[in-house]
Design a protein around this ligand. Sequence first.
Ligand code: CO8
Length: 258
Amino acid sequence: NMHYETIIAEKKGRVGLITLNRPKALNAINRQLTQEVLDAATAFETDPDIGCIVITGSEKAFAAGADIKEMQDRSFIDMYGADWFADWERLPRLRKPTIAAVAGFALGGGCELAMMCDFILAADTARFGQPEIKLGVMPGMGGSQRLTRLIGRAKAMEMCLTGRMMDAAEAERAGLVSRVVPAAELLADAMTTAETIASMSLPAAMMVKEAVNRADEVDLAEGLRFERRLFHSTFALEDQKEGMAAFVEKRPAVFKNR
Ligand code: CO8
């Protein structure tokens, strides 16, 4: 297992688990944490024994946003010149499936980090918000874009303009999270869900991710053509032969992931 200071990265079976670990700052996202999450995620991405990545925080906070103390004295040219947090674009570009398991606060950059994952599983204690406006700034890691696509214009506008928090039940109704589970079961549920995904054909799972993501970028006709071509290409996989043979022979499929 790799050594980091602001996160814990562990391999559990075929799942790569990243736990944000700056408890004194409610996992606020500074540059070190950014680098460490991206390094760990990239290591899991290139590890052939890993089929799914889970990112989680603590009971109290997934992450309470970008680190305000690290940013407060910076100028426009500091932020623009360094293209502050542009590195995060690497996370949604990962090709293996990613799950955010969120308990407690997911605010500002924390909510945005969760939304960069393929889906969010929420504890009943989860609270989501984009409170940047209260600091005299605005979302900068995708909040105005991903939140709008996920929950629609009215709710996204209200959230970003007022900075109010949304509880887990509202987040589920709005389509921000896939499911809400009791807080005590969040990590176990996320790991079981990730193991399930990691037991599938990895290339098929990667194609699913690519196709669903394409839906955000192109019109329906183009998206359907893209999906159909990927679907055709799954017939080049040994896993397709295994999956269909297992169904016909009434036994569980054992995928080789190639
Ligand atoms: N940054 C730095 N430190 C933080 C942050 C943060 N975002 N959030 C909490 N902390 C620290 C607190 O300062 C406190 O430290 P200390 O004990 O040294 O005073 C410690 O964590 C515990 O926090 P609280 O005492 O405040 O805990 P409470 O339970 O009272 O409150 C809250 C919890 C409601 C979550 C509260 O901490 C809070 O409101 N935090 C700030 C939330 C916020 O505004 N987040 C948005 C940050 S801006 C942002 O994310 C922009 C993203 C895009 C940037 C892109 C740049 C290009």
